[in-house]
Design a protein around this ligand. Structure first.
Ligand SMILES: Cc1ncc(COP(=O)(O)O)c(C=O)c1O
Length: 407
């Protein structure tokens, strides 16, 4: 179905050698590598189309604008938004979630109401809501987790209630890999009239996501986690909500009319894109979307499901290694998080790096969840479309070396 060897050839960095061994890149949940097609599109943008967008009547500016808006159309199609206007360019998932928290949260929630998140949130979808809760004096409610690292929905009726204004939840956890049952949670949120915001940083890059089908109000993701450059992220919002929303940042282009004492706002999505935007990286995101669409997101998901199944099977052979998160590959994205008895994750990461294997070690921006587990840090190998079983075998061999080193 997927020819991984030919896919690997598209990624120049995978030819890199570390200590005379080829790079095995298993840190994809943090950021993915870029194929030649994306890299070349950036070069082409600078060589041929470098000019500010939506401002010039000269050819290069108009070409840049056309490419910038074509990329928006590709994003809209990729997640099945109803209209291109529902796609707001931001820097990353973090900025998208802050936009929702500042522009929607601060203006729509009062002290008698509440916000619901989960114990599996990345700091990006927790800290902005803590801020809204502190500013508005509203309650921040947290859906707990089971010991397996899935959401415990047994008390959902007590957590999502008539006084809930927004449910903001992570789709796929970067901490445990858990694919959360967002359909069930969204249904509950809608039944009480709450808005829904989805942190899709680890889902949109890895599986088909259809915003109309899941019926969320907001959805956030980052280009750099899906083959695109690091300067572009997306906030999706339903038209009717974005139209009523206050701007987040104020300044050039986001206005319709300005006097010395007041201003009116431009149409969506421009209302949320104040100042000169990053007009290069969205083009790269559009090319990354073409690349992923050619392979097919169903195929990407199936490939990662096969990889995580193999990784969990092989990693559990290692004495003393404990997998964090669900062991059923159906419930898990391509994220293998683990801890080892007495060996610190930073030591694991350093020894693996000497063998060219790049994993992530630390708290992965999930300090409260690590605290709940009684751990200060874990190790995480995360996969993408260019990884194969051989990469996992190298990880397992590397882990055996780690154990021998500490014997
Ligand atoms: C689930 C999740 N949410 C949010 C983020 C934040 O993404 P960014 O750093 O691109 O804003 C990440 C990044 O790791 C993530 O994994």
């Amino acid at each position: 179905m997927m020819d991984i060897n030919s896919i690997k050839k598209d990624f120049p960095i995978l030819k890199k050698q570390i200590n005379n061994t080829p790079l095995v890149y298993l840190d994809n949940a943090a950021s993915t590598q870029k194929p030649n097609q994306v890299i070349q599109s950036i070069v082409e943008s600078y060589e041929l189309y470098n000019s500010n967008v939506h401002r010039g009547v000269h050819t290069t500016s108009m070409e840049a604008t056309e490419r910038y808006e074509l990329a928006r159309e590709k994003v809209a199609k990729f997640i099945n938004a109803k209209s291109n206007d529902e796609i707001v360019y931001v820097r990353n998932t973090t900025e998208a979630l802050n936009l929702v928290a500042y522009a929607w949260g601060l203006n729509n929630i009062d002290s008698t109401e509440n916000i619901v998140v989960t114990e599996l949130e990345h700091h990006s979808n927790l800290v902005p809501w803590q801020f809204v809760s502190q500013k508005t004096n509203c309650e921040l409610r947290i859906i707990p987790t089971t010991p397996e690292g899935t959401l415990d929905l047994s008390s959902i009726d007590k957590l999502i209630t008539e006084s809930t204004k927004i449910v903001s939840i992570v789709h796929v956890s970067n901490l445990t890999g858990t694919i959360n049952p967002i359909d069930e949670i969204i249904k509950k949120a809608k039944s009480v009239g709450a808005k829904v915001c989805i942190d899709a940083a680890q889902s949109v890059p890895h599986m088909p996501v259809d915003v109309q089908q899941i019926d969320c109000d907001f959805l956030a993701f980052s280009g750099h986690k899906m083959l695109a450059p690091p300067g572009i992220g997306i906030l999706y919002g339903k038209t009717e909500i974005l139209e009523k929303l206050e701007p987040f940042l104020r300044g050039g282009e986001m206005v319709k009319e300005v006097t010395y004492s007041s201003a009116t706002w431009n149409d969506i999505p421009t209302k949320f894109e104040a100042g000169t935007p990053n007009f290069i990286d969205p083009i790269g995101l559009g090319v990354a979307i073409d690349y992923l669409s050619n392979i097919g997101m169903e195929n990407v998901r199936q490939h990662e499901k096969d990889l995580i199944k193999y990784a969990l099977d092989r990693l559990t052979e290692i004495p003393g290694l404990e997998i964090i998160g669900p062991t059923n590959p159906e419930m898990r994205g391509g994220v293998a998080t683990f801890s080892m008895n007495d060996i610190h994750p930073h030591d694991i990461g350093t020894i693996l790096d000497q063998r060219g294997i790049a994993i992530r070690t630390g708290h992965h921006c999930g300090m409260p969840y690590h605290k709940k587990l009684g751990l200060s840090a874990t190790s995480r190998a995360s996969f993408y479309l260019y990884n194969d079983y051989n990469d996992i075998d190298k990880l397992v061999d590397g882990m055996n070396d780690v154990i021998n080193y500490f014997k």
